[in-house]
Design a protein around this ligand. Structure first.
Ligand SMILES: NC(=O)c1ccc[n+]([C@@H]2O[C@H](COP(=O)([O-])OP(=O)(O)OC[C@H]3O[C@@H](n4cnc5c(N)ncnc54)[C@H](OP(=O)(O)O)[C@@H]3O)[C@@H](O)[C@H]2O)c1
Length: 272
């Protein structure tokens, strides 16, 4: 077995579920983390039928709550006795202007997308440095650009990408690999969760051309990890798009985004 323990956060849906299924054959134990216990249990049951020799542990946890994160970390530290892979995947978005965002939602996004990623990596890193292991952090193509009407989400993913790059260089010669994954749009529950009640969000032009399948994102991430890369951009189109966003002069990018068609419109009677 390649790993003694694999931890997947946000395993109850979308990319996390995809990572768990793709990685189940490569570990002795897998810890599945998210809030929805019944989803985790159904996934564990499905995977157990295919991988009877693997121990699947469902660990319900609200990663936006510091005390729950601390409790989770304590259990994970005990489990991480051998080579460990941490997939920091849980995350959420919030479509709309910051001015009308719900304060709770802002806190939740920052806690899950940034603090949980840092605390899990920090809490497990001493063990990873002892026994070996890897960290995959799910960022986004949005890490390469600032996005009006999605400003906090894009900033949180820029944080994840930058944090991953810096951490990778701190540990790359000590048996620990760190990868940032930067997917473009993927059909998961992400869009529905990010949608605010009462808001109509039209899609950005050409967005549909950039959709990537969950399986493709997972495959590309695991290939990039094997190759020791710093970032994975699943699909050629997403890679080109990321490269263009990073290469465009800032003033041009600002002008393009300032003149975008207004995409978030309040509905009559709608609330933030
Ligand atoms: N889909 C896309 O277009 C896209 C593109 C680029 C990057 N990403 C990133 O990919 C990652 C996975 O998203 P996805 O597309 O798979 O979306 P998803 O289907 O909505 O899955 C999000 C996962 O995060 C978990 N999660 C959310 N809040 C949580 C909390 N407070 N505590 C614990 N777990 C929590 C959810 O579990 P529970 O609700 O059960 O807690 C769920 O398992 C995210 O980091 C997202 O930002 C997505």
């Amino acid at each position: 077995m390649e790993y003694e323990l694999i931890i997947v956060t946000g395993a109850s849906s979308g990319l996390g579920e995809g990572f768990a299924e793709a990685l189940a054959g490569r570990t002795r134990r897998m810890a599945l983390v998210a809030r929805r216990r019944e989803r985790l249990e159904a996934l564990a049951q499905r995977m157990q039928a295919v991988h009877p020799g693997v121990e699947f542990l469902c660990m319900p946890c609200d990663l936006s709550q510091p005390t729950e994160r601390e409790r989770l970390l304590e259990s994970l530290r005990e489990l991480a006795a051998g080579r460990t892979l941490l997939v920091n995947n849980a995350g959420l978005g919030d479509y709309g202007e910051l001015a009308t965002a719900a304060p709770d939602r802002i806190r939740q996004l920052m806690q899950v997308n940034m603090l949980a990623v840092v605390e899990l990596a920090h809490g497990l890193l001493p063990r990873l440095l002892q026994v070996g292991g890897d960290i995959i952090n799910i960022a986004s193509l949005a890490a390469d650009v600032f996005l009006p009407d999605f400003a906090l989400y894009a900033a949180s993913k820029a944080f994840v990408a930058s944090f991953s790059e810096g951490l990778r260089l701190e540990v790359f010669d000590r048996r620990v690999r760190v990868l940032a994954v930067c997917p473009g749009p993927v059909h998961t529950e992400f869009g529905a969760v990010a949608q605010r009640a009462g808001y109509d969000r039209g899609d950005a032009p050409f967005k549909s051309c950039f959709y990537t399948r969950v399986s493709e994102v997972v495959r590309s991430a695991l290939r990039a990890l094997e190759a020791g890369k710093a970032r994975a951009y699943p699909s050629v189109k997403v890679w080109v798009c990321g490269w263009l966003l990073r290469s465009l002069p800032l003033c041009l990018l600002r002008a393009m985004l300032a003149w975008r068609p207004r995409r978030v419109k309040a509905q009559p009677g709608g609330t933030a």
